[in-house]
Design a protein around this ligand. Structure first.
Ligand code: G3P
Ligand code: CA
Length: 229
């Protein structure tokens, strides 16, 4: 089973910061992060649509320019990273990067192509997996990026999951533990699709790991990575 750091090493460092990503790198097989788009079309790594919870500012990311956003500070005194900054950090490593496109509330026109462009500029296509809760985003991404690795993001599944996974050619489903044991989970295994679970912070939450390829966790040192030990 592989270990992905959820928003970086977010149990010990502020989520989605460079320090959280740096701290995770020696321990994990993958890093998960969230991307949103600024008013001037820049890709930034932040979970919420607003900056309120994680910085000393307030307001929507979509209403701020990158310059305005970079004046803000997280509780560790850091700036909100751009996606490119994280790609620079990841590039020399061998970890997989899971980029979640946060188009749940806003469409962020063009985010799919811009993100794909950034990844290809760094030649990281093979090490990046894109995911989103928004099916339209995954369809748009597939349209602009035929080779992109895609994971369908869900809670415990949805009625047309299997059909949708096939439609976008997803390599994986990213789901909560409740998905294990469903018919769709079995179907995914039959089709050799991967299953990555989020967000698991306590090893006892995982009674049966059969068929689970990776977990995403805030507590990266609580789990033994297959490849790092
Ligand atoms: O990608 C899995 C997980 O990160 C989705 O939930 O809210 O932590 O982005 P959230
Ligand atoms: Ca996420």
């Amino acid at each position: 089973m592989l270990i992905y750091a959820h928003r970086g090493y977010s149990a010990k460092y502020p989520e989605n910061t460079i320090s959280a990503f740096k701290a995770a790198l020696p321990h994990v097989d993958g890093i998960e992060l969230d991307v949103q788009l600024t008013r001037d079309g820049r890709l930034v790594v932040i979970h919420d649509e607003t900056v309120d919870r994680t910085t000393n500012g307030s307001g929507f990311v979509k209403d701020m320019t990158l310059r305005q956003l970079r004046l803000l500070r997280t509780e560790s005194g850091e700036r909100i990273p751009t996606l490119e900054e994280v790609l620079v950090l990841i590039e020399p490593s061998d970890v997989t990067l899971n980029i979640e496109l946060k188009t749940d509330q806003f469409d962020y026109e063009g985010i799919e192509y811009l993100t794909w462009l950034a990844v290809t500029e760094f030649k990281l296509e093979e090490r990046v997996v894109f995911s989103s809760f928004n099916p339209d985003t995954l369809v748009r991404l597939r349209d602009v990026a035929r080779e992109a690795r895609i994971a369908v993001l869900t809670g415990d599944g949805h009625p047309r999951l299997v059909e949708f996974v096939e439609r976008v050619g997803a390599e994986a489903v990213h789901a909560q533990p409740e998905f294990i044991g469903t018919r769709d989970a079995a179907m995914m295994r039959e089709q050799n699709r991967l299953l990555r679970l989020y967000t698991i912070n306590d090893p006892s939450e995982l009674p049966d790991m059969t068929g689970v390829d990776a977990i995403m966790t805030d507590e990266v040192e609580r789990f033994q990575s297959k490849s790092r030990h």
